[in-house]
Design a protein around this ligand. Structure first.
Ligand code: GLC
Length: 456
């Protein structure tokens, strides 16, 4: 589709206007530049939201803002071991921050979830930070930044936070509900795919960026011990296609011992077979949303599946099957705005119990089955990674039709994503940045190597 240049120029202008400064240094971007709605916390820089903008700045050679972001968010990371429950844990990074002006002074105020709705923990922030650090290094080759003592310590603390022994004995990461892009209660506590995909990416980043020295020896060992089991666990236990569905359908439950088939004691009755056996394409499949004791959450979560492709957490065969699913289930997963955040929506009693009756997350709205253009760059990245640019192109053409008319809405509602989200912000910055970034990736797929990983 031919693009209108003024539309692209305006998008860039809004992106420039969204930049926040700290003592005259560019530091990040606000979440939205919507003048018609009260800012609430959308005047802050969210770590996850800044990622597509940062990648775009890197592509355009504007590396300073990304460098500042990486350096200053690192300063906000908790460095001391905390015993008090009121303090965030060591290694954690905030969900968002803002610059506070006080007379002639300026300081950064961080939100670790302590100011957030529902007091949700931003587990994904430190994982996105690692992802961005690696992209920055790939783009600039400034290895000295990653190798500086401060950055090495920051990486080590993130790894310690993620790798330390906990109560459970899975290779995956146990987190509370709302710990990622879906930052409201949505029944995703436990081992949600999105966090596992980002965790895997972070392990790969840390392996690459931590210097081989005595100080990092234990961390390297712990990373190496975790990578393969995590990969195997996700590829095997989270995978769902028609073949797996048949196996699960005939599962026996209540089995004892180490070598049982139904290790997580999934009760076949808990799986929506009727829907899934109709919905799953013959050549399709995907990674499920969550896995725990007697729990296999069969919802399709886009971010986790797309990042699993980009990071090679999914095998090549699985990646192709996921893309087949997207292609064949187009109206469900793409509809009128790429892309559905999760499918299907929680309804009735499920919505009641799992969201706590959250009115913003009504069926087919917001996180509960809404469509988010912020996922465009990951969709295009995943398509390019598997040499299937046509899917990405088709999705981008659909987005182009509505984004300007809808003033870069934050999200869309409805089963097919045809309605601008009930409470969606306009001029949402990660909507703009994701669209522009997706176009840049399409135009030159060499940037893919900044964000992707080859098979481990
Ligand atoms: C909402 C989204 C979250 C995003 C934030 C700022 O809370 O759920 O993912 O980071 O808005 O845009």
């Amino acid at each position: 589709m031919k693009q209108d240049n003024t539309f692209i120029t305006k998008a860039w202008e809004t992106l420039e206007q969204s930049i926040i400064y700290y003592y005259d240094r560019p530091l990040g971007t606000v979440a939205a530049c919507d003048r018609d709605t009260p800012a609430l916390n959308y005047d802050q820089c969210f770590v996850r939201d800044f990622v597509p903008a940062a990648l775009l700045f890197l592509i355009k050679g504007k590396t300073e803002i990304v460098r500042n972001f990486l350096t200053y968010t690192l300063k906000l990371q908790i460095k001391e071991r905390q015993l008090d429950f009121l303090e965030p844990r060591r290694g954690l990074m905030p969900a968002s921050f803002k610059v506070i002006h006080q007379q002639d002074e300026q300081y950064l105020q961080a939100d670790f979830g302590d100011h957030a709705i529902g007091r949700v923990t931003p587990v994904d922030s430190c994982l996105w930070w690692m992802f961005l650090l690696r992209a920055y290094i790939k783009a600039t080759e400034e290895y000295s930044l990653a190798h500086s003592p401060e950055m090495q310590k920051g990486i080590r603390l993130i790894m310690e936070l993620c790798l330390s022994a906990r109560f459970d004995m899975y290779p995956t990461l146990l987190v509370p509900d709302g710990a990622c892009m879906i930052d409201r209660r949505m029944g995703i506590n436990g081992h949600p795919l999105e966090i596992q995909a980002l965790f895997y990416t972070s392990l790969r980043c840390a392996k690459e960026l931590l210097i081989d020295n005595l100080e990092n020896e234990k961390t390297h060992l712990a990373i190496n011990n975790r990578l393969s089991p995590l990969l195997g666990h996700i590829r095997y236990h989270y995978w769902l296609d028609l073949e797996r569905l048949n196996v699960i359908y005939r599962y026996k439950s209540e089995e004892y011992g180490e070598n049982v088939l139904n290790q997580f004691n999934i009760y076949p009755e808990s799986i929506p077979y009727a829907e899934l056996s109709e919905w799953l394409p013959e050549d399709g499949g995907y990674l499920v949303g969550n896995l725990g004791p007697s729990q296999l959450d069969c919802r399709f979560f886009s971010l986790g599946n797309l990042m699993a492709i980009i990071s090679s957490l999914a095998s090549e065969e699985q990646a192709n099957a996921i893309l087949n699913t997207i292609e064949r289930k187009w109206s469900d997963l793409i509809g009128f705005m790429p892309m559905k955040i999760c499918f299907p929506a929680l309804k009735d009693r499920d919505w009641h119990l799992l969201t706590g009756c959250d009115p913003k997350n009504r069926p087919w709205s917001y996180h509960n089955g809404g469509n988010w253009p912020a996922l465009l760059w990951q969709l295009v990245g995943a398509c390019l990674k598997n040499n299937r640019p046509n899917i990405g192109r088709k999705a981008l053409n659909i987005a182009t039709k509505s984004l300007v008319k809808d003033e870069w809405a934050e999200y869309y509602d409805g089963k097919n994503g045809r309605l601008v989200g009930k409470e969606a912000r306009k001029y949402q910055i990660w909507t703009i940045a994701s669209y522009l970034l997706a176009e840049e990736l399409m135009a030159d797929s060499q940037y893919l190597k900044w964000i992707s990983y080859e098979e481990f």
